[in-house]
Design a protein around this ligand. Structure first.
Ligand code: FES
Ligand code: FES
Length: 164
């Protein structure tokens, strides 16, 4: 068993988990943060993406014990009170979802994408960067449109250049 302590969405949480417990299961089952989804068992779908110490991570590919001491943000922690994050607002405005199953992971990936491309995002970069997120409903067009709209709203439209 492992004792884990981490900060999740600004709140310090602790627990004792089996060594094999994945971060995604700790978030969902111990903390009740069920916005982070499990859509595969091969680390391919991206439905489980959260931010660990500011970077997008597939939470099914990390042990809860490995995340101990880290700061985690899940989809539940993205909005500022009643105000949606610009990425959430753009997904809503541009119909970037149908069933919504992939959406939390898409949004967490997309917000990290904005961080990683300080010169802004273009369509080609967005499509390439969504490689690790699978949507089974939308055909991606409105997801890409939403991410580009959010980038514009955040002053991050341009030719993609990756941060060093
Ligand atoms: Fe993590 Fe599919 S559940 S990548
Ligand atoms: Fe249904 Fe993406 S909206 S899987």
């Amino acid at each position: 068993m492992s004792d884990v302590t981490l900060t999740v969405n600004g709140r310090q949480v602790s627990g004792t988990v089996e060594d094999r417990t994945l971060l995604v299961h700790f978030l969902r089952e111990n903390l009740g943060l069920t916005g982070t989804h499990v859509g595969c068992d091969t680390s391919q779908c991206g439905a489980c993406v959260v931010h660990v110490d500011g970077k997008a991570v597939k939470s099914c590919s990390m042990l809860a014990a490995q995340a101990s001491g880290s700061t985690v943000v899940t989809i539940e922690g993205l909005a500022d009170g009643a105000d949606l994050h610009p990425m959430q607002a753009a997904f809503k405005e541009h119909h970037g979802l149908q069933c919504g199953f992939c959406t939390p992971g898409m949004i967490m990936t997309a917000t990290d994408m904005i961080r990683r491309y300080p010169d802004g995002l273009d369509e080609e970069t967005v499509r390439a960067e969504l490689d690790g997120n699978i949507c089974r409903c939308t055909g991606y067009h409105n997801i890409v449109k939403a991410i580009l709209a959010a980038a514009e709203a955040m002053g991050k439209t341009g030719k993609g250049r990756k941060a060093a």
